[in-house]
Design a protein around this ligand. Structure first.
Ligand SMILES: [Zn+2]
Length: 386
């Protein structure tokens, strides 16, 4: 995958290859040949002589900063430490105290980083379309938005050999497990939430997308636990290609410390890549720790942070940190030649109109996945900083 190592802010001879303005016919130009003229410079306290340009199609001007992930940002130096802090187990206020900025700056940047992660993972996805030939491990990661009365799972699809995180898709569902009379009354009093098909819906969406990912010939192998929703999703008539689900239901286990049965051992072995990912998410994201006060308030914002964590898992974090030379999951797939530092992840801004993105991901990008508890769910609908 072609992805530059040098941040665009440090590029001296930068030349735009398309117009950054949404709605301009030159915005989606795929080939070279974009016509522009130079339009002077501007300076800020942090950076001098940032070149400006003018698009000859729409006659509007823009600068080199329009192509940077730090567009419009007054504190561009915060992007990398905020990303590192979010996957390093810190909550927003803790990051803000360490970096000396307002907590709202961290929250806003977390959303921006999440959006960038969605588009960069979508770009990587295009690159490996039709080339994936490893079995894929599927499981739902359990969490909740705002209150445990609003639980949701996140379908996570991981490569059994590469450990690459291929897909994420939310599955809101009702409360399960033991519930007291007063809890039940409270749940019933809460505004209803759109389920988007729950487990079955999210599994179906993931399986539909899998078909473009895997190599054209042969059956797609999915490894999962015994969840009934997976079987139900598999019966969907819109699935064009043969899929084989290998089931490893969780067998009853004795008290802690007792030896595992043969079935339990086999299940743990086959689902290891996805179990490992879930452990990493629980360990590394402040909002996914048990009993935390940093719990996520809104599904859409939580998903943005899951996408950032997936990007980190795929391109930045080694498969195994004990084996220094183990490389990243993206290296296993041939998407990257080396481990990417965060600065490389943010070397270019991606534009949604230029990046083909799966529908669920595009909805999350625009923050259209709303939570019923809030009177106004802010959407992402800025005109220029989109
Ligand atoms: Zn233009």
């Amino acid at each position: 995958m072609h992805w530059p190592g040098t941040a665009i802010e440090h590029l001296s001879g930068f030349q735009p290859s398309f117009c950054p303005r949404r709605g301009c016919p030159e915005h989606v130009r795929p080939a070279p040949g974009f016509r522009f003229e130079r339009h002077g410079f501007y300076s800020t306290r942090r950076r001098r002589r940032i070149p400006r340009f003018r698009c000859l199609a729409c006659r509007r001007s823009f600068s080199r900063q329009s192509f940077a992930v730090s567009y419009y940002s007054k504190r561009p130096e915060l992007l990398v430490p905020i990303a590192a802090g979010l996957v390093g187990g810190s909550a927003h206020r803790q990051i803000a105290r360490t970096l000396g900025c307002a907590p709202s700056t961290v929250t806003r940047n977390a959303a921006r980083l999440g959006r960038h992660a969605i588009l960069l993972l979508a770009t990587a996805r295009r690159e490996i379309e039709g080339r994936v030939d490893e079995p894929l491990v599927l499981d739902h990661f359990e969490t909740f938005e705002f209150t445990q009365d609003y639980p949701f799972g996140v379908a996570t699809l991981v490569g059994s050999q590469s450990w690459y995180v291929y897909d994420l898709d939310p599955a809101p569902h009702g409360r399960s497990g033991h519930i007291t009379e007063s809890q039940l009354r409270r749940v019933r009093a809460r505004p209803p939430r759109r389920g988007h098909g729950g487990y079955v819906g999210s599994t179906r969406r993931v399986l539909q997308r899998v078909q473009d990912l895997t190599s054209r010939d042969g059956t797609i192998r999915i490894i999962g636990d015994g969840h009934a929703a997976y079987d139900q999703a598999l019966r969907d008539p819109s699935l064009r290609r043969p899929l084989r689900l290998e089931r490893y239901p969780n067998p009853p286990r004795g008290p802690k410390g007792s030896p595992r049965s043969e079935a339990a051992r086999r299940r743990d072995e086959r689902l290891f890549p996805v179990d490992l990912l879930h452990k990493i998410l629980r360990h590394s994201l402040a909002h996914q720790r048990r009993e935390t006060i940093a719990f996520g308030r809104r599904l859409n914002a939580l998903m943005e942070r899951f996408f950032l964590a997936a990007l980190w898992r795929n391109f930045v974090k080694r498969r195994s940190e004990r084996a220094a030379r183990s490389g990243t999951p993206a290296m296993r797939l041939g998407l990257a030649r080396e481990r990417w530092p965060w600065s490389r992840v943010f070397s270019r801004r991606l534009f949604p109109a230029r990046t083909p993105t799966p529908p669920t991901w595009a909805r999350l990008y625009r923050r259209l996945w709303t939570s019923p508890l809030y009177p106004n769910n802010s959407r992402h609908e800025l005109k220029l900083a989109f």
